[in-house]
Design a protein around this ligand. Structure first.
Ligand SMILES: NC(=O)c1ccc[n+]([C@@H]2O[C@H](COP(=O)([O-])OP(=O)(O)OC[C@H]3O[C@@H](n4cnc5c(N)ncnc54)[C@H](O)[C@@H]3O)[C@@H](O)[C@H]2O)c1
Length: 301
C-alpha cells in the first residue's frame, strides 16, 4: 500500500491486519506519521521512499496480490502554489505504481480518487457528471485515474477508482494549514477558539467517516465488476454546510475571511453505484462521528 502512514491509509492498514492480511507500506512520510502505524510495529513492513521512484515501487509491490495506492499530496491550496509537485506525485507516481504492479503480476490496484474532479457540478453528483477540475490537485487526481483506466483497458492490470468525498475521523491532523475542516474545527472548539470560515460558510460538503471509506476500499479490492477502472463515488449522500458543521462541533461564533480560490461551493455524492456494485453502506452518521474525542487534532486515535 502506498500512503499507508497517512490518515486514511493507516485505518486501512488496521482493517487489513485485523483480517490477517500481510501489508507492506510505502510512504515518504511527508504528511504521514510512524505513530499512525504504532500498533503494527512488528507486523507491517515499512518502506520509506517515494512513489515517483520506480525501483522503490518495485520493492514495495513485490509478492503483493493487491495494491492500494493512496500516496498523494492532498491540499488544493498547496497545489495552486506547487502544481508541478502535484503533477509529479499524482501522475508520475501513479504511473510508477501501475507499472510496478503490472510487472509484479498484481491482481488489482485500487486508486484513491477524489470528488474534487467534479469541480462545481450540481449536486447530487453521480459518476456520470462531467469532470471539471478547478485546481492542480483535482486535475492531477483525474489524470491519475485516467492512467488507471488505461491500464485496465489495455488488459495490463485490473484497477478500481473509488472517489472519496470529504473524509474525516481520528488521526486526521489539525496541525497543518492544509488539514481537513473537521480536524481543524474540532481542535479549535476544544481550545475554545473561534473557527475561521472562508466565504459565507454556506458552502456544503459531503462528510464521510474514514471507517466507511475503508469499507468501500475493501469492497473495491474484491468486487468483480469494478476492475475496469471505473469511478465509484464514496460519500454519505448528505450535504452539511460549514456553518452547520461549526455549530455541531460546538464552536464559538466563526470569524469570516474571503473565499479561497479554487474552492467549490457545493458537494454531495450520489453513491448509488457504490451501493449497487460494492454493497457500500454509510454506517456512521455525522453527528455520531463527531462525538469521537479522538477528532481533536492528535495524530493518535
Ligand atoms: N482526506 C480526504 O478527505 C480525501 C478526499 C478525497 C481523496 N483523498 C485521497 O485519499 C488519499 C489519502 O489521503 P489522506 O487524507 O489520508 O492524506 P494524508 O496526507 O494523511 O495521506 C497521504 C499519505 O501519502 C504519503 N505521501 C505523500 N507523497 C508521497 C510520495 N511521493 N511517496 C510516498 N508517499 C507519499 C504521505 O506521507 C501520507 O502518509 C490521497 O490520495 C487523497 O488524494 C482524500
Amino acid at each position: 500500500m502506498s500512503g499507508g502512514a497517512g490518515f486514511i491509509g493507516s485505518h486501512l492498514v488496521d482493517a487489513l491486519r485485523a483480517r490477517g492480511i500481510h501489508v507492506t507500506v510505502l510512504d515518504d512520510f511527508s504528511s504521514g506519521h510512524l505513530e499512525n502505524l504504532s500498533a503494527h510495529e512488528d507486523d507491517v513492513k515499512i518502506i520509506r521512499g517515494s512513489v515517483t521512484d520506480a525501483g522503490t515501487c518495485a520493492d514495495a509491490v513485490a509478492d503483493c496480490d493487491l495494491v492500494f495506492h493512496l500516496a498523494s499530496r492532498v491540499s488544493v491550496v498547496e497545489s495552486l502554489e506547487r502544481p508541478e509537485l502535484y503533477r509529479s506525485i499524482c501522475q508520475d507516481g501513479t504511473r510508477c505504481m501501475l507499472e510496478a504492479a503490472e510487472a509484479a503480476g498484481v491482481r488489482r490496484l485500487v486508486h484513491a480518487g477524489s470528488c474534487s474532479v467534479y469541480g462545481d457540478a450540481p449536486p447530487p453528483i453521480s459518476e456520470d457528471a462531467p469532470t471539471s477540475p478547478t485546481s492542480p490537485y483535482a486535475a492531477a487526481k483525474l489524470r491519475a485515474e485516467e492512467l488507471c483506466r488505461a491500464f485496465a483497458r489495455e488488459n495490463r492490470l485490473e484497477t478500481a477508482c473509488p472517489r472519496f468525498f470529504n473524509v474525516y475521523g481520528p488521526r486526521q491532523r489539525a496541525d497543518s494549514p492544509y488539514a481537513g475542516v473537521i480536524a481543524i474545527f474540532a481542535s479549535m472548539a476544544a481550545r475554545g477558539e473561534a473557527p475561521v470560515i472562508f466565504g459565507s460558510g454556506e458552502q456544503t460538503r459531503d462528510f464521510i467517516h474514514v471507517s466507511d471509506v475503508v469499507g468501500g476500499l475493501l469492497q473495491a479490492a474484491i468486487a468483480h465488476e469494478v476492475g475496469d477502472g471505473r469511478a465509484i463515488n464514496l460519500g454519505s449522500e448528505r450535504p452539511t454546510s460549514i456553518l452547520e458543521l461549526a455549530s455541531l462541533l460546538g464552536c464559538d461564533p466563526p470569524r469570516h475571511e474571503p473565499a479561497r480560490k479554487g474552492e467549490i461551493m457545493h458537494s454531495q455524492a450520489d453513491a448509488s453505484l457504490a451501493k449497487h456494485l460494492l454493497g457500500f453502506r454509510c454506517l456512521v452518521d455525522l453527528k455520531s462521528g463527531l462525538k469521537d474525542r479522538a477528532l481533536t487534532g492528535s495524530s493518535d486515535a
